[in-house]
Design a protein around this ligand. Structure first.
Ligand SMILES: Nc1ncnc2c1ncn2[C@@H]1O[C@H](COP(=O)(O)OP(=O)(O)OP(=O)(O)O)[C@@H](O)[C@H]1O
Ligand SMILES: [Mg+2]
Length: 504
């Protein structure tokens, strides 16, 4: 009889290792479950929504979309951006009871899923009102009660507060429907986690730039006495201009008002050690940013618990990883990850670091250049169209010069009259294209290639009447199709037409 085998104990890693992605980016695989602690009483005195009373789970109430805003009406950015949005903002009620579509479906076309966290799913959408693309975060769980709902709405307050701040994500608007929260915000290219997955080896200069961006974002929070408590690669977004922005303000708390009852721990991989003792301070954010920089610079897999977790919080940084970066960056990361929160530098002190100061100076001098290049990119198309008009002007100018030089004489209706040959000329049959029936010497030019009628040979006189008919913007590249159009609209190849024009 076979002995029944006991299950083998799970082997724990005793060494730090590089990050591993199993084919695709699944950041949730590494994310430990969040354990929410106690809830705070929510003060909704400032809440700008028409219907704040009543249970959120009341069937009729939850089917109606309510705008959520803590701003005064005058500050509200979407007052009147679209009819649907205005409904939500001003009336705070878009009744979906009469049609099956939710407010989200009415206003947006869903394009792709961008990501998912413990609280919400984020979608890339196109706003039907302005055709622009945005990100909309939809809370995953239904509002289980007023407390839970209040907590989710608190995130809206923070997003609104930081929207437009340096290196913080831009928030557009929020609403609730079917016991879920919807938040519309600017669309970013990717998260820092996705960026690391894509690049793996990030140049050190870029790491410094990311650090500078994030310290600026953190400074805007810390200057208001707020702490983020969930700083990690997944919660940093990169926009199209490669600027890193802080996002996910779901756990932000006010240092002055906060006590242990109000705070919720963030991702344990980035958590400062003193959080375990219930100490929440700005220094906790500095630690999280420091360990995130270690992960980014050394492509290191951060432990979520166990002895390696404790080692990192005792100032023991793995030599084989840390030696791959410059001493200057090592020092900054070590300071930020100091076990004693009092010894960690503040965001202001870090921004005063000589390396970061140098970069800020360089940035300032580059600002004008960047603005110019941005301006250039945006106007390139319109400039090109203008150039087509310039071409037309150049042709007219050429004709004018030729006229002055008497190399070309326009044949006007008055000319034959002056010569007393008007009637005869108008009835005379066309002769050879190179000989004028009126005795005016005909000068022929061959304009090849660069003319608005492409590669065809033509006479300069043809331009006089033909040029107005040409849509020059369409003619930048001569093509078979373009030529076909030209032949149809200006039949220049036919001697008959040339001669008849001459006769006029
Ligand atoms: N504005 C945006 N543009 C592009 N992608 C975004 C945007 N907002 C969020 N994402 C993507 O969606 C993911 C989840 O978003 P977010 O962090 O806000 O959700 P969460 O549920 O609060 O997460 P967490 O578990 O960190 O609390 C992000 O990591 C990012 O990849
Ligand atoms: Mg997140």
């Amino acid at each position: 009889m076979d002995k029944q085998r006991l299950p083998l104990p799970e082997m724990r890693d005793d060494k730090h290792r590089h990050k591993q992605f199993n084919g695709h980016l699944d950041s949730n695989r590494f994310r430990p479950p969040k354990y929410k602690t106690r809830f705070t009483a929510f003060n909704n005195n400032n809440l700008n929504r028409s219907q704040s009373s009543g249970s959120c789970s009341a069937a009729n109430n939850s089917q109606v979309a309510h705008a959520i805003s803590f701003r005064s009406d005058s500050e509200c950015p979407d007052a009147g951006i679209s009819s649907a949005s205005t409904n939500v903002t001003n009336n705070a009620t878009t009744t979906s009871m009469f049609c099956n579509e939710s407010h989200f479906e009415q206003c947006f076309e869903r394009l792709a899923k961008l990501g998912e966290g413990s609280f919400g799913e984020v979608f890339q959408v196109r706003d039907r009102a302005d055709s622009r693309q945005y990100a909309v975060k939809i809370s995953k769980q239904l509002f289980r009660g007023e407390q839970y709902r209040s907590e989710r709405l608190e995130e809206v307050r923070r997003y609104e507060e930081f929207s437009g701040q340096e290196n913080c994500i831009r928030f557009i608007r929020a609403w609730e429907q079917y016991d879920r929260l919807f938040m519309q915000m600017e669309l970013c290219r990717e998260s820092l986690e996705q960026y690391l997955y894509r690049c793996r080896q990030i140049p050190e200069e870029r790491i410094w730039h990311i650090l500078l961006d994030l310290l600026r974002g953190l400074k805007s929070l810390h200057d208001r006495n707020l702490i983020h408590l969930d700083i990690k690669l997944d919660n940093v977004l990169i926009d199209d201009d490669d600027i890193c922005k802080l996002a996910d303000f779901g756990l932000v708390i006010d240092v002055d008002k906060a006590n242990n009852h109000q705070a919720t721990e963030g991702d344990s991989r980035y958590m400062a050690p003193e959080i375990l003792q219930g100490q929440f301070s700005k220094a906790a954010d500095i630690f999280s940013l420091g360990i995130a920089m270690l992960e980014l610079a050394c492509y290191m897999d951060l432990p979520s618990n166990g002895p390696l977790w404790h080692e990192l919080r005792q100032g023991k940084l793995p030599e084989e990883f840390i030696k791959t970066i410059s001493v200057e960056l090592q020092q900054v990361i070590k300071m930020m990850m100091s076990p004693d929160p009092q010894l960690r530098p503040t965001a202001d002190q870090l921004l005063a670091h000589p390396k970061l100061q140098r970069m800020r100076k360089e940035e300032k001098s580059m600002v004008t250049l960047k603005l110019l290049s941005k301006c250039f990119r945006r106007t390139r198309r319109s400039v090109w169209l203008k150039m087509c008009n310039l071409k037309e002007a150049a042709y007219r100018y050429l004709i004018y010069i030729l006229e002055i030089l008497h190399l070309y004489k326009p044949l006007e209706a008055s000319q034959p009259t002056e010569l007393g040959h008007n009637a005869a000329a108008s009835t005379a049959p066309p002769s050879s294209p190179s000989t004028s029936t009126l005795g005016v010497p005909r000068v022929e030019f061959q304009l090849v290639g660069s003319t608005p009628i492409g590669n065809r040979d033509c006479y300069v006189s043809d331009f006089l009447s033909a040029i107005d008919n040409l849509d020059l913007s369409q003619q930048s590249t001569p093509s078979a199709c373009g030529r076909e159009n030209l032949v149809n609209s200006t039949p220049l190849n036919h001697n008959h037409h040339i001669s008849s024009r001459l006769r006029r």
